[in-house]
Design a protein around this ligand. Structure first.
Ligand code: SF4
Ligand code: SF4
Length: 198
């Protein structure tokens, strides 16, 4: 079972760094980071992040729990692994970003950014149907911003959708799903059980 996250109200809570080391995937390698900045400098999404990975790791060390968990950086990460390939100290930056995002979502810190909404509907389709349906996911995502915005976004992407239809990459009818959705649910339930135990 994952240990509960430190709940100190102090602005700089050094227990947070220890908690990340022990509970977030790749956290045990974070002390290898020498703050060279290669990861942040190499990141293709770095300019969209409030804090690049280098800064984020320093903030963790400083115990800035609130700032780290509410940062948009983890949600902008596309898991391209460029930082991992280039890090001279072998820090699994991408795992840390993913682990921190999962932690932020679990603790209710996940910022209301578009990527976060998209991942919600991506997971909804993948976990219920066993497939990410190319009509269901974008439609649910577009209309999560409201009816008018949903229409606007749908129209803005209409040309792409039509081209996908023409190329046979999009179909009319019910959402696609795998045959054994019950089997999928059993696998996911087992995965949750294992995660809760670890
Ligand atoms: S590239 Fe590696 S060592 Fe350099 S700042 Fe990033 S994580 Fe730290
Ligand atoms: S894996 Fe994430 S943090 Fe690393 S370079 Fe790619 S987008 Fe940036």
């Amino acid at each position: 079972m994952t240990a509960p996250i430190p709940t100190s109200k102090r602005k700089y809570d050094l227990n947070f760094a220890r908690w990340v080391r022990d509970n977030v995937a790749g956290g045990d390698k974070m002390n290898m980071c020498m703050q060279c900045g290669t990861c942040s400098g190499s990141c293709p999404i770095g300019t969209e992040m409030e804090d690049g990975p280098r800064k984020l790791f320093m903030m963790i060390r400083a115990g800035m729990k609130e700032e780290v968990l509410s940062s948009n950086s983890m949600w902008e990460c596309t898991s391209c692994y460029r930082c991992v390939v280039r890090c001279p100290r072998g820090v699994p930056v991408t795992y840390l970003m993913q682990g921190l995002a999962a932690l932020a979502a679990k603790e209710g810190y996940a910022p209301k950014v578009e990527n976060n909404y998209f991942s919600k509907f991506f997971w909804m389709s993948a976990s219920k149907l066993g497939k990410t349906d190319e009509r269901l996911v974008p439609t649910a995502y577009y209309f999560s911003f409201g009816f008018v915005e949903g229409i606007k976004r749908s129209l803005a992407n209409l040309k792409i959708a039509l081209n996908m239809f023409k190329a046979g990459r999009m179909h009319i009818g019910m959402p696609h799903k795998i045959r054994d959705t019950k089997g999928l649910q059993a696998i996911l339930a087992k995965a949750r059980e294992i995660e809760d135990r670890s």
